[in-house]
Write a protein that binds this ligand. Structure first.
Ligand code: GAP
Length: 517
């Protein structure tokens, strides 16, 4: 675990050192849980968005895109339930004056029992050496069984308070914190306030105060921009059910526990698609979208074992099925995408609050009804993080050296081809520029002439550039170059005129999309 934490720290510093992700307003020491994407980060992020957008809008004739505003009429959030129910349970420590999410304190406590169990197992492994049978030890050691029993009892109590009639049982939650003797990590004391609900939406004022400014919210999800445009798109696009509306855009949540770098941010980006369907067909479509979305993830080649579904037992009152796609991050399996069968809740709520009829006339059934919705919702930043985590490697080379390499899928890499003149003379820089000029319209190329070739390769490995080309003396004679592969580090001599056909297909988003149909 500690080793994984070290790897994660290295990934975070790598992101900064190589221009992928910077803390926001870095010169002022950053702003909590807000990040900026640098020169390489923005390219990777744009490629992820393109992969998602094209897989939705290009590959499905019945899915169209929109780009709704971040600010929405305040009644939107009343109708969607976010004003009344988009809350986190918070608790303050009176001594440190620090605020925590009460549910996270309890989850951390459960994780501590697991850590203690793992420590017992490791101690036993050292003691029994090759005779050690881990499964048997976990099933029979009195110490391990006692810890597991405590963890399970805590888990059961936690489930009960989280799922209490009428919402979270806040008093019950505080009682767990007291009974488990959970202390504040800063002050070390148990001097806790009561647990209170705290709304996660950021708000601001629209208009000057004198004109009667109104309170509006920064959207906490992009989905509502789709729901309120359902009629506009359906009518102007003459869309027939089933059809989908896709959108990529910023969302904002005042997360109290903002941890794990870009995993939980206050300003982040979502890629959401609402698929409108006939009532009664939702469970079939839910299964279909689960499969489609998992295929999209696994198509990146990170190994099926690194993904899993986490089906929700406890459903929101408007949902009749929900699952998360989780990815194996260095800090465990974590949600990257949510797929929800949202019934007709959102459209019905907007119809009720706006007084407009939001329905679909089904010519085949000769009747009108409110469509049901399957939603797929993925965080761009979490996707970015999962790609970084999986691609990062500190590789031991046969010559005893190490290199840091990002094995990014070539289609997502910020730079696809780096072109180096071997030396800065004899017309080699000009030849290198000539190659770039002929290829720059087809994919992202970068010119590099500083330092020795070995160092230049390392810099390109560190940003995940799949191909490097070196222009040398022979190039000037026969128009061939050495082409070096990032992952195998193999070099081969190829004609300049063949470069485009060798590289383009492998680095294009189309190469990924082709496997999806
Ligand atoms: N419209 C449904 C919705 O917003 P969600 O599970 O709250 O559902 C969907 O969010 C996805 O958005 C998550 O799976 C995650 O990838 C991303 N996400 C949510 N909160 C986030 C945060 N604070 N920072 C980064 N990504 C976040």
């Amino acid at each position: 675990m500690a080793q994984q934490e070290d790897v994660f720290k290295k990934i975070v510093s790598h992101c900064k050192e190589y221009g992928f992700v910077f803390p926001s307003s870095d010169i002022y020491d950053g702003l909590g849980a807000v990040y900026d994407y640098g020169q390489n980060g923005v390219e990777l992020k744009n490629n992820i968005k393109q992969y998602w957008w094209q897989s939705m809008v290009l590959l499905h004739e019945n899915i169209v895109g929109i780009d709704a505003a971040i600010f929405m009429h305040p009644t939107t959030w009343k109708a969607s339930g976010h004003v009344d129910a988009f809350n986190d349970p918070l608790i303050d420590n009176r001594d440190s004056k620090k605020r925590y999410r009460a549910d996270v304190l309890i989850e951390d406590q459960m994780a501590k029992y697991d850590e203690k169990i793992d420590k017992e197992v490791e101690k036993a492994r050292k003691r029994f050496k090759e005779n050690f049978n881990e499964a048997q030890y976990r099933a029979t050691s009195p110490k391990v069984l006692e810890l597991a029993e405590k963890r399970d009892a805590l888990h059961k109590r936690f489930q009960e308070v989280m799922n209490a009639e009428g919402g979270i049982d806040l008093e019950g939650m505080k009682q767990i914190i007291l009974d488990e003797e959970i202390v504040c990590p800063i002050s070390g004391t148990r001097n806790w306030t009561d647990v209170r609900q705290f709304n996660l939406m950021f708000s601001t004022e629209m208009g000057a105060a004198a004109e009667g400014a109104s309170k509006i919210y920064l959207r906490p999800e992009t989905a509502q921009g789709i729901f309120v445009n359902y009629l506009n798109v359906q009518k102007t696009g003459r869309m027939k059910l089933p059809f989908g509306i896709a959108q990529i855009g910023k969302a904002f949540r005042n997360e109290i526990v903002a941890r794990q770098f870009i995993f939980r941010m206050r300003e982040f980006e979502q890629m959401e698609m609402q698929f409108f369907i006939q009532p009664g067909t939702e469970l079939d479509w839910f299964a279909k979208w689960k499969e489609t979305r998992m295929k999209w993830h696994q198509n990146l080649g990170f190994g099926a074992e690194n993904y899993r579904f986490h089906d929700h037992d406890k459903l929101a009152h408007y949902a009749n099925a929900a699952t998360d796609i989780e990815f194996h991050m260095p800090f465990g399996f974590k949600e990257v995408e949510g797929i929800h069968s949202r019934t007709n809740f959102d459209l019905s709520q907007h119809a009720k609050y706006s007084g407009k009829k939001i329905e679909y006339f089904d010519p085949e059934r000769n009747e009108s009804y409110t469509p049901y919705v399957i939603e797929t919702s993925i965080g761009v930043d979490r996707m970015f993080l999962s790609i970084m985590c999986h691609s990062y490697e500190e590789q031991q080379l046969p010559d005893g050296q190490t290199r840091t390499v990002l094995h990014l899928p070539a289609a997502l890499a910020p730079v696809k081809l780096a072109v180096f003149p071997l030396t800065k003379k004899d017309g080699m820089p000009e030849k290198a520029q000539e190659i770039i000029n002929s290829l720059r319209f087809h994919f992202n190329c970068k010119y590099e002439e500083k330092d020795q070739i070995g160092k230049r390769y390392r810099r390109m490995d560190a940003i995940g550039c799949p191909y490097c080309v070196t222009v040398d003396q022979q190039t000037l004679e026969d128009n061939t170059v050495t082409l070096r592969d990032r992952d195998t580090m193999e070099q081969r001599r190829v004609a300049i005129s063949d470069l485009r056909s060798i590289i383009e297909d492998k680095v294009s988003i189309t190469s990924l999309l082709k496997n999806l149909i």
